[in-house]
Design a protein around this ligand. Structure first.
Ligand code: FES
Length: 171
């Protein structure tokens, strides 16, 4: 999913779809624990616009009734949240212990060369963003990576090339 351009200097208005989704989660928690809905709320915003600018996090904080800083703490703790705009496809390579022992460093190196970007960057055509993540619970088939919501396992340089081409040609 490509990210939307957001005016980060203006007040951010949560869409009706996002407010409905947050309300859905708020109903699941006691009133005094509204902050428990923050993960789902941030996810809903990210699904809507592709990333989490600061003013959108502020809007989530105000809607739930939490200090802004508490929302930033959550958003910066988890790799799944995009704090910058990302490309059309987000590639997250696991470099945790099983994947590291099975050559994740070679996978990262190959992707960086192939895409001509470093970890944390987006290709100039806006197609791919490359990130490093902690264990994604597919250790049995290490090394692995996630592209958008799909897992790709038992990676080799050859399979990586095929996967990248598939996403590149996917209109
Ligand atoms: S260590 Fe890579 S999926 Fe668990």
């Amino acid at each position: 999913m490509a990210t939307e351009t957001v005016d980060t200097t203006a007040e951010f208005v949560l869409s009706e779809k996002v407010r409905k989704e947050i309300d859905h989660w708020l109903e699941k928690f006691p009133e005094e624990q509204r902050q428990s809905a923050v993960l789902a709320a941030l996810h809903a915003v990210q699904q809507d616009i592709g990333w989490l600018p600061e003013n959108a996090m502020d809007a989530v904080a105000d809607y739930i009734g939490m200090p802004h800083i508490a929302v930033y703490e959550v958003a910066t703790f988890y790799d799944m949240y995009n704090l910058k705009p990302i490309g059309k496809h987000k590639i997250t390579v696991c470099t945790n212990i099983s994947c590291m022992l099975c050559g994740s460093d070679k996978i990262v190196e190959h992707l960086q060369q192939r895409l001509d970007i470093k970890l944390g960057e987006t290709t100039s055509d806006g197609m791919f963003t490359l990130k490093e993540v902690e264990c994604l619970a597919a250790c049995k088939n290490a090394p692995m990576m996630q592209v958008d919501f799909d897992y790709h396992e038992n990676l080799t340089p050859e399979s990586l090339d095929q996967i990248i081409e598939k996403y590149r040609n996917d209109k």
